[in-house]
Every structure is written in C-alpha cells, then in structure tokens.
Ligand binder design. Structure first.
Ligand code: ASN
Ligand code: ZN
Ligand code: CA
Length: 331
C-alpha cells in the first residue's frame, strides 16, 4: 500500500515548505506522486548511481541547515515540484519532456563540489554541497535553471556552444528566475539575480544579473560579432538582458526591494510587458521556432513569430519584443 502524503520540509533557502511524499510500508519517502513520481536521492558524497532514496519516519524533513543531510533533499524536492508546477500552470507543459515523465534528483554529489547539473542521459538533476559542504547548490533558481536544460534538450535542443550555447544558458536563467517568482516564497522572493542564495562567490554576491549582465565581470550586455566566442555562461548575457528589458523595461526600477538599472545599447527606452507574457513568448519561441543552430538573429525572429502568434501582428507585445532586441543590439 502506498499513498500520496503531504510532508513538511525545513529547507535551507526557502523556509518551511510543503512536500509531496509517499507513505510506504516502513515510513515516508521523497517520491512525489502528484508530479509523475519524481524521487530525490542522497548520493552520500558518491558520484555515480542513485545512492539511497531519502526516507523519514514522521514526514517532517530537514532542519534548515547545511549541516543536516535531509535539508539539501528538501530544497531539491521542493525545487523540482515548483518547476513542474510552473511548467504546467504557466507554460501548459506536462513535465520537462512534455510527456508527464518524472525526472529524479540526486543531492550530496562528491565533496566540496560547487556546481549543479542536468544530465539528459539519466534524465536527472544533480547537486553538489558547495565549497564548505554546507552551501548546497539547491536554491530554487538553480534548480529551475538546471531542469530547464532538460526542457531545452526536449525542444529546440540548442547546441551548447557559440551563440546557440548562450541562448541555451539564457533559457535556463530565464526559466530559473521565472520559477523563483512563481514560487512566491517569502524567504526566497523572486528577483532577476541568479544564485543570490548560494553564496557561490563567498562574498554574498549573486552569480549573474539579468538587468545588466556585465555586473558579474564577464557577461555581455549587448550583442556584437564576437559574442559567440565567449563562454556560454557569458554570451547568455545578451538574452538575459533582452528578457529583463522585455519584462520590466529599461532604466531604474525597484522590484521586491531589489534595485535594478537596465541600460540599452543605443539609449532607447523600452517599456516592459510583464514577466508572464515575456516567458510565454520565450517558451513558444523555444518550443516552436528555435532549432539547435539558432543564433541571436534567429532568436529575434523566433520571438517575433511567437509574439505574433500569441498577441497579434499589431500588438504592443510584438513591438516590445523588437524594442527589447534593439536595446541589446540584435537588429
Ligand atoms: N551549472 C552549470 C550549468 O548549468 C553546469 C554546467 O556547466 N553544465 O551551466
Ligand atoms: Zn546552465
Ligand atoms: Ca534569483
């Protein structure tokens, strides 16, 4: 006998959260029966296989600290569930591959491992514990980012190099951020910063900034002919900046207590259309019009087609897409 249960998780980055769990013969396990049966495993610092399915006697999980083994699993399980719900409710998509199939998550990968990654061959998500083994890479924007590499693989399948690689990375930042806003969590409210919770730089600064990507010291704010030569985590800046401009507009703005100031390449003013329309345009472009070799010019074309489909050829939304690409020098 197995039943879907509602557990309580004390996460490291998102406060107390509700978890969908399963009751088996001898207790509870992190199997999400509401979302295809997504399971969360503890690799026990190993790097292969699945390790052990995370289980608990009383369905209350973690203590909210990085020193506790269950806590990373709480954040991972919550991140997977929230990403699933974002895809379903906001994109009309049934799971990462669109077919209802669950992925699975693995936490406690290796020792001092400062990364997280999606692997399409296992259709699974993996998280390291961070430099001190206490700052797991399990914050919700990171979880949404990594799982969205699976979404990209199942749709446009953008090549992970050159300009298409930047678009691949940006797609993960766009949806990772969108998942964070969708979660509407008071402990980790939505923002246009990537990785602000995991202290990956050791000084409290985020990994990336969408309003002005060059604030990270390496990302491109605007397209130029050399942008495809950058690492994909830097060439992504152009599309992250496009998305910010499309959603929020240019100039200075405070959102959820965070100050942003987004410039355009030519001093033009962009008026935002809101996040929801922006990610719906990006998703339609990704899933219908982009291909593995789409470059920045092709992304402009794909998003303009998507905006035309969704909002019409005379729409303010289509005009805003053009204005936002102009603002990042994709003309
Ligand atoms: N966290 C990295 C990323 O999503 C992992 C990698 O380099 N593939 O891009
Ligand atoms: Zn990535
Ligand atoms: Ca964030």
């Amino acid at each position: 006998f197995e039943a879907i249960e509602t557990g309580t998780g004390n996460s490291q980055y998102s406060g107390q959260v509700t978890l969908s769990t399963t009751k088996g013969g001898s207790g509870f396990e992190l199997t999400d029966g509401d979302r295809g049966g997504h399971k969360t495993y503890d690799l026990g610092q190993g790097q292969t296989g699945t390790g052990d399915l995370v289980t608990d006697a009383d369905d209350t999980w973690g203590d909210g600290t990085g020193g506790d083994r269950q806590t990373a699993a709480v954040d991972a399980h919550y991140g997977a569930a929230t990403t699933w719900d974002f895809y379903k409710n906001e994109l009309g998509r049934d799971g990462i591959a669109g077919n209802g199939k669950a992925a699975y998550s693995r936490v406690h990968f290796g020792t001092g491992y400062v990364n997280a990654f999606w692997d399409d061959s296992c259709f699974c998500m993996t998280y390291g514990d961070g430099a001190d083994d206490k700052s797991a890479l399990t914050a919700i924007d990171v979880a949404g980012h990594e799982m969205s590499h699976g979404l990209t693989a199942a749709t446009a399948n953008l090549d992970y190099s050159g300009e298409s690689g930047g678009l691949n990375e940006a797609t993960s930042d766009i949806f990772g951020t969108s998942v964070e806003f969708f979660a509407d969590n008071t402990t980790d409210p939505g923002d246009y910063l990537i990785g602000e919770k995991i202290d990956i730089n050791g000084d409290g600064t985020p990994l990336r900034y969408m309003d002005k990507p060059s604030k990270d010291g390496g990302s491109a704010d605007y397209w130029d002919a050399g942008v495809g030569d950058l690492d994909v985590h830097y060439s992504s800046g152009v599309a992250n900046h496009f998305f910010y401009l499309l959603a929020e507009g240019s100039g200075a703005k405070t959102i959820g207590g965070v100050d942003y100031d987004s410039p355009t390449s030519d001093g033009s003013t962009v008026t935002g259309i809101g996040r929801q329309k922006a990610y719906q345009i990006w998703y339609k472009a990704l899933s219908v019009y982009m291909t593995s070799s789409t470059d920045y010019a092709g992304a402009r074309d794909a998003t303009e087609k998507a905006a035309t489909d969704l909002f019409g050829a005379d729409s303010a939304e289509l005009a805003a897409v053009g204005a936002a690409w102009n603002g990042v020098n994709v003309k």
